[in-house]
Design a protein around this ligand. Sequence first.
Ligand SMILES: [Zn+2]
Length: 373
Amino acid sequence: MLLPTPNPDELFVSVLTRLGRLNGFGDFREIAAQSFEAGISSSFIDATLNLPKFCKHLGDAYGAPEVLLNDLTCLGARRFLGEIDEEAWRALICGDASTSVGALTFLGATELRFCHACRKYDIGQYGVAYWHRRHQIPVLHHCATHGCRLKKVAIKRASIHESFPLPGDILPGQEIDLPSLWTDRFEHELEVFAQFLLTPMRPHHAQVEQVLRDELRERRLMNRTGVLRTNELLEHLISRTRSENSEEARSVAAQILRGLREPARGLAFGRAALLNSLLGDWRTVLERCNWLQAIGPSVAHVFPDGAKQDVPDVTVTHRKKCLAYISSDSAHSRLGFTKNEYRSFRWLLHHDKAWLDDLLPTVGRGCEQIEMF
Ligand SMILES: [Zn+2]
């Protein structure tokens, strides 16, 4: 059997789908029968999967069970956040508990997300569009590389018992734009933090739970006996959203809070949002969780190379946003642009500073000025 090499940040189900296509399997239940030793199953994604047996069968081509979970799924990051308990984790990697491709893929509803710009880039770079792990993090609604809103696709269970789609198979009518939930600033902080969460360079996971508890106590959001001040905490999270009256924002915040008491019923990666909102920015989160020691003082190297993908196209998009803002506001200023189009401002500041400075110069001393980075 030919085994495809996982692409950067690729999801397990995506690698398996490419394996199925590469080897000409018309019915992916045969992959389950051969590699999961699951016997004849009625569904590919629900077939019983025993990780140690699977890894052994493939000669550890995708690593031992723990490596596979850390590299090809979001479970390692969720374990680090305390959303998956140690016993369940150990049972999975020892083979005492079985799982399924579906359980390793979906973080809630049977849907997957992708970014149009990433899809285009991946086809050019790797010859195939694939599902990325970092696009599946439920609290994030934008692509960290391109800044555009992610598209959500409902994966119809009925059609995936025998096969599975890749982003290249998704037609325009089948995708839905995810709403912009958080403020730009907060989402950016979350994006960076989430990327760190998906790297293997994580300190001990108990640390994050301790920091979360300490922060909640220090802010008097939790008392000594562990009782939470739910309403205050809810308002605290909602203040990070774009619209405080949005039903969706309230429901997401409530689901995040539920995860504090019952991790399995909370929103996956909800604790990342909570930690970030309590500590204010990702750098402080990393510092408090003793993470900077683990990854070293220079953190630039842990970011995927993707940051420079499609640079010319993205430059044009952000320049256009800037020019549109300037022509729409006769009293335009750098500060006004920051407030109106923060994402474009941030991008231009990092990648096209000379052009930005030329059009919207930094104001002199004594004036209102924002330079966040
Ligand atoms: Zn993207």
